[in-house]
Design a protein around this ligand. Structure first.
Ligand code: ZN
Length: 178
């Protein structure tokens, strides 16, 4: 007898019950984005800071240091390397001044050594959202050829149809290969 994959089985008493297959990657991405957006709300406008970060910090510093949390006006910046931590400390007052000049209500800067893996994780979450095809503010709006509704141009460029039509299409072709 063939066994269902682990993620479709659930122990139940002494036996197991089968459960629905995990959601398709599309749903996972959108769930993931929801989490990111919720995270952003919690973090205040850390996302806005990310946008301006290379302008504020300069490209060299920005590539090696990232704002990682913002609470009550205290911005914590993580540096990927002790050398960059030193550079941040050295530039702290300049950085604080340019943050204030950029309209960010930062009262204090704290600098931390930050592991690159964590940096990469934050960065990849940021990039997913930054390039996400559903971003109308990035890609603009177009009309879906399939349903004729206005839809994010990024979705249409990527899939030839809006995300809604794509989802319908994927649901219509359920199978192991997407
Ligand atoms: Zn459509």
């Amino acid at each position: 007898m063939a066994l269902a994959p682990d993620n479709q089985r659930k122990s139940f008493g002494k036996g197991e019950v089968l459960q629905a297959a995990p959601p398709a990657p599309l749903t996972e991405i959108s769930n993931c984005l929801e989490k990111i957006k919720v995270g952003w709300k919690k973090e205040g406008y850390l996302a806005a800071l990310w946008h301006d970060w290379s302008k504020i910090a300069g490209s060299k510093l920005a590539a090696n240091c990232r704002p990682i949390s913002l609470k009550r006006g205290v911005l914590i910046i993580g540096a990927s390397h002790p050398q960059w931590r030193q550079a941040l400390i050295y530039n702290r007052s300049r950085l604080l001044a340019s943050l204030k000049a950029g309209g960010h209500k930062i009262k204090e800067l704290r600098i931390q050594q930050h592991h690159l893996t964590e940096n990469k994780k934050i960065e990849s979450e940021f990039n997913i959202w930054e390039r996400h095809p559903s971003r109308v503010d990035v890609h603009g709006v177009n009309t879906c050829n399939t349903c004729g509704s206005p839809a994010p141009a990024g979705e249409i460029n990527l899939w030839g149809k809006c995300g809604f039509c794509r989802r319908k299409c994927l649901e219509g072709h359920q199978g192991p290969s997407l």
